[in-house]
Write a protein that binds this ligand. Sequence first.
Ligand SMILES: Nc1ncnc2c1ncn2[C@@H]1O[C@H](COP(=O)(O)OP(=O)(O)OP(=O)(O)O)[C@@H](O)[C@H]1O
Ligand SMILES: [Mg+2]
Length: 378
Amino acid sequence: MFTFIRSHLAWKLFLSYVIVIVIGVAVLSTATSLSIPAAFDRHMAGMSAMMGGSQTMEMDLFSNYQAAVVESLSLATITALIAAVLASFFISRQVVNPVKKMMAISHRIADGEYHERLKISGNLHLNQLDELDQLALTFNQMTDKLEKIEIMRRQLIGDVSHELRTPLSAIKGYMEGLIDGILPTTPETFEQIYSEADRLQRLVNDLQELSRVEAGAYQLELKSISPFDLVESVINHLSLQFEEKKINLEKKVDRQLPNVLADKDRMLQVLTNLIGNALQYTPEGGKIRISASLVKSEIIFSIKDTGIGISADHLPLIFNRFYRTDKSRARLSGGSGIGLTIAHALVKAHQGRIWAESNGEGKGSTFSFSLPVVIHKQ
Ligand SMILES: Nc1ncnc2c1ncn2[C@@H]1O[C@H](COP(=O)(O)OP(=O)(O)OP(=O)(O)O)[C@@H](O)[C@H]1O
Ligand SMILES: [Mg+2]
């Protein structure tokens, strides 16, 4: 019985009302039983002197009076009990129903169904939400987030399996050809297999890096760095590739620019990704211009190329993971579409912004990002 009451809010409410009623009735009846005889005696003393009444008549009157008091007390108790039943029923319905609904939805969420939401009865815009409405609102927000994470998770698994399938099928195809004796056992065949395995390894490394960066599972070592030194290091590193591809490099970075607050290795990674892309997507004989300038309290780094360009419909999607404007071409060049996603996450972690501009296919592209400058305290 006790456990039954403990597990039902309506019964708990009802019981609390009954306790209040019982205490009220007990106090009232004790008070009346104590005060009635004295009040009656006082009242009757004057009356009997005036009317010369008998003892029996007085007793009769007293018991009648006492019965009337008991009767009205009982009537009040019954009415209060009925009111308690009704009140506990209505209040518990208001509280219990939303909680039960929340429980049912959370069970369904646990089973992988994320589309249901709780109804909010108050007016959200007028800030007329009681605690239960606020709880429902937070619950719905939590469900929205869980649904988004679930969609992303499914998408990621789909994307990763798709990306892994291609080099794996290529390796399998080469091996089958070798086993069946269709493909010649020449160094070229082995080189093809090696390059597919290499692609697979790069993809796995990129994925690992992406998951680390997106989860923020790395420590940013923010230091004051000169934008000029940053660009110089990357260019030194990539100079051979500029020569090999016969690409003209123009650099416009002032030595006097104020320092930025950044993690040097991470920023080298971003610049290498962006300049690497410019090199990759600009045909031989093209031009790449690297510049940095101070705008308000930020340094804007820009990498402008005369390469294949990006059409307006691809532009907003370019930073999404695995996004490539031309899948077949990128496959040949070995790109997996993760580089820009990593760059985006790293720049964001530095409180900066990153964006791409292009006048369309064949018209070159410009990738820019901002970093906050170091503010010297006086
Ligand atoms: N400078 C550029 N000019 C034209 N297209 C570009 C340029 N930079 C990036 N892109 C387009 O954006 C896509 C995504 O770039 P991202 O660097 O993320 O991937 P990727 O270069 O294909 O592969 P990786 O993950 O190896 O860098 C590229 O596949 C390409 O289609
Ligand atoms: Mg790239």
